[in-house]
Design a binder for this molecule. Structure first.
Ligand SMILES: [Zn+2]
Length: 211
């Protein structure tokens, strides 16, 4: 049994992205609760928030620390000024952190299995403060709130449940095989800068399906 810290993004006075009256903070909580329900009782789950409250980033890291969490997964939605931007991606602070990179790829694979029609944007690097941790940790951007198709998908409870379950399956899969470095060499080197956020895609390891 491992301890997994799930971090629903935003909350309280911080709604995150808002499109057509839908706030990111509500959907991230719903996804996190679905992930928790999938992980217990096999694992212990700690949430950085279980309701609509604001939680500072340092507080989120502290929750993971004081719980002695083995993993930390932050759950967010993406948004772009380009309405066609779509799909899911998983952010890590640096792809030199093999544990976090393996966790990110395992979650991306689980999402791809659940949502074969959505674009798998893979793993990217982003210098996010919430990911400055001493345990494998990543941030999942589950779909784009700015994309009409994905916004409609996110409005359905079944989609939010499936996203949560995929994240849970990714966590469980990583815990079973935390160092799949033979199957998935983590590539070094810089990628292109993407629009909007300071993220750069990491090339997908050889031997895996293209996105
Ligand atoms: Zn967010």
């Amino acid at each position: 049994m491992a301890t997994i810290c799930l971090d629903p993004g935003h909350g309280g006075h911080d709604p995150g992205a808002i499109r057509n009256g839908t706030a990111e903070k509500d959907i991230t909580l719903s996804i996190a609760l679905a992930a928790r329900d999938r992980l217990v009782p096999a694992h212990r789950v700690v949430l950085t928030r279980g309701s609509d409250v604001a939680v500072a980033l340092a507080e989120r890291r502290r929750t993971a620390e004081s719980a002695g969490a083995d993993l930390f997964v932050s759950i967010h939605l993406n948004a772009s000024t380009r309405p066609t931007a779509q799909g899911f991606e998983v952010l890590v602070r640096t792809d030199e952190d093999q544990g976090s990179a393996a966790l990110a790829w395992t979650i991306a694979d689980a999402l791809a299995a659940r949502f074969p029609d959505r674009r798998n944007r893979g793993m990217k690097r982003a210098g996010l403060a919430v990911l400055r941790q001493s345990r494998p940790c990543c941030l999942v951007e589950c779909f784009f709130l700015s994309n009409e198709t994905e916004r409609k998908l996110l409005a359905r409870p079944a989609t939010r449940r499936a996203l949560g379950e995929a994240i849970a399956e990714g966590c469980a899969g990583f815990l079973q095989a935390p160092t799949p470095s033979v199957r998935r060499p983590v590539p070094a080197g810089a990628g292109r800068e993407r629009t909007g956020r300071r993220t750069a895609p990491s090339p997908r390891p050889r031997g895996s399906r293209p996105a």
